[in-house]
Design a protein around this ligand. Structure first.
Ligand SMILES: Nc1nc2c(ncn2[C@@H]2O[C@H](COP(=O)(O)OP(=O)(O)OP(=O)(O)O)[C@@H](O)[C@H]2O)c(=O)[nH]1
Ligand SMILES: [Mg+2]
Length: 223
């Protein structure tokens, strides 16, 4: 048991060292890095597609995609003209900083304003792995149930933004938005909660404005 804990701590310490190198490079480059985490199918890639469309011509964007199999998500972003690199974990349920470092070297993206890392669809494992991001974003679709923040507290505690997705489906599902607001505020009083629909465009401007504000703050050294 003690040995298991020790190995896990060493893995996380090695990951942290790699993440700090990534963070240092992103600071030098003036790139805002966002780590998107949610259950499979909550709408991460669709939110990225909506973000790319909304920010077209205003900000330069690149995307690292993490999945256990297929290039589908990277292909969806490339179809919009966005440089995207797919990491295939081959079964692992999260990305780690070394994989992101290798992906960035392989991709050799031109300088960008925003780098999005879409993690493997999973609310648990990705939470422990720092990818050198500026902040984590948790997504929760209204179809998943309004009890999720308290059931998966780690991610909602660590994410500085929680994005409720698929709000267009609210009339068709049982989802108490106020209850979710209260849970997220309890777990992380300083977090932002945005209510969005990538289908109707609701909340997308607010999301993009928050990204632009954080990019500006990072570059002016006020974060
Ligand atoms: N009604 C509705 N459907 C949505 C919305 N956003 C995404 N979807 C649908 O939800 C499904 C999953 O969306 P994705 O964006 O692929 O989800 P994901 O989180 O990237 O999934 P993984 O990468 O597999 O974890 C797709 O069928 C989308 O069309 C939305 O705002 N409203
Ligand atoms: Mg996806």
């Amino acid at each position: 048991m003690a040995e298991t804990v020790d190995v896990k701590q060493r893995i996380l310490a090695a990951n942290e060292a790699a993440a700090q190198l990534l963070r240092g490079r992103a600071l030098t480059d003036g790139t805002l890095v966002t780590n998107l985490i949610s259950s499979p199918g909550s709408g991460k890639t669709t939110l990225l597609e909506a973000t790319v469309r909304a920010l077209a011509g205003r900000l330069r964007i690149a995307v690292i995609e993490g999945d256990i199999a297929t290039e589908r998500d990277a292909d969806r972003l490339r179809a919009l003209g966005v440089p995207a690199h797919q990491i295939l974990t081959g079964g692992a349920c999260h990305l780690d900083a070394r994989q992101v470092d290798q992906a960035l070297q392989a991709a050799a993206f031109q300088p960008v304003d925003l780098l999005f890392i879409e993690n493997v669809g999973n609310l648990i494992c990705p939470t422990s792995y720092d990818l050198g991001e500026d902040f984590k974003v948790a997504l929760l679709s209204v179809a998943e149930g309004d009890d999720k923040p308290f059931k998966y507290p780690a991610i909602f505690s660590k994410a500085s933004i929680t994005v409720i997705t698929k709000s267009d489906l609210l009339p068709h599902v049982t989802f108490d938005l106020d209850a979710v607001r209260q849970q997220v505020a309890t777990l992380n009083p300083s977090s932002h909660l945005l209510v969005t629909s990538s289908r109707t465009g609701a909340g997308i401007d607010e999301w993009c404005a928050l990204l632009e504000e954080r990019l500006g703050a990072k570059r002016s050294g006020t974060t």
